[in-house]
Design a binder for this molecule. Structure first.
Ligand code: APR
Length: 254
């Protein structure tokens, strides 16, 4: 984990567009929404950096690295089984729903660092996960072998057909980010970029904000940020309050 350097493809520190019936004369645009933990905070999922350096009482290096998996796989599974369980008791919030609403008039691509499925449940149809997903587990020797996250939780006894241990389908620190090239391509085509609830401190994902074209309208919604990238307008506030406001403006006049 290091701040803002290193190779593009490895995590460190710390479409289809739905055709819709148009009901107004809003000019359809391509909106790329880039989200982090803050968009799910009001659903009840804690962000990492707002919880004092611990993630749900665990140290990141003990649970979210390949080294942690090699050292103490049971601790890693305990952590992710809790995260997976927590998904069952949360619901999308107004921010997730408002992002999905934008599809009524616009082509919308959601690029998320989150491993929850709240964008999916909020109704978004074109979602790119950069850091994996809590909905599946994969083989530690063949990452293309994936199955749904077991209802009873993942255990050390779960194995792939080749005998490899199954692990969470999560991109750990030090591992290659998924779908990164696709995400760059999407951002480069954006008319509007909306960044929500990310501290922009985990790379390479955070670097994506610089991929938007010069002419794109760029906005960031968050509670606080250490820095605001050039050309971005910062809206201070909660996602649940600010995203629906902005989305309804964009649906009224594009
Ligand atoms: N509404 C909007 N923004 C919020 C809210 C909210 N209700 N609550 C918190 N935030 C903001 C915080 O101010 C902060 O800027 O969300 C951001 C959360 O930052 P992080 O916890 O660092 O989350 P994120 O940027 O998604 O982390 C990136 O780090 O933990 C790893 O791999 C994990 O994908 C994750 C990555």
């Amino acid at each position: 984990m290091e701040p803002r350097r290193s190779t593009r493809f490895f995590i460190f520190s710390v479409a289809t567009c739905r055709e819709s019936v148009r009901t107004s004369f809003v000019k359809p645009e391509k909106i790329v929404v880039f989200t982090g933990a803050g968009v799910s905070a009001e659903s009840g999922l804690n962000t990492f950096r707002d919880s004092g350096g611990l993630w749900e009482n665990f140290r990141i290096e003990d649970v979210a690295t390949p080294e942690a998996w090699a050292r103490d796989p049971q601790l890693v599974l305990d952590f992710y089984n809790l995260r997976r369980k927590a998904l069952e008791s949360v619901e999308p919030n107004p921010a997730h729903f408002a992002i999905a609403e934008l599809e009524k008039e616009h082509e919308v691509v959601v690029i998320t660092q989150n491993v929850d499925d709240l964008h999916e449940r909020g109704g978004s149809s074109n979602i790119i996960h950069l850091h994996g997903s809590l909905l599946e587990v994969k083989s530690s020797i063949d990452p293309t072998y994936k199955i749904p996250y077991p209802k009873e939780g993942l255990s050390l006894d779960h194995r792939c057909p080749r005998g490899g241990r199954m692990r969470p389908d999560i991109v750990w620190f030090g591992e290659a980010v998924e779908n990164f090239e696709i995400a760059i391509e999407q951002l480069q085509q954006a008319d509007k970029v909306l960044v929500i609830g990310t501290s922009l401190s985990v790379y390479p994902a955070a670097g994506l904000v610089h991929e938007a074209p010069a002419h794109a309208e760029k906005t960031i919604i968050a509670l606080d940020l250490d820095f605001i990238p050039d050309d971005y307008r910062f809206i201070h506030g909660t996602a649940g309050e600010q995203v629906p406001k902005l989305a309804s403006k964009w649906l009224e006049k594009g």
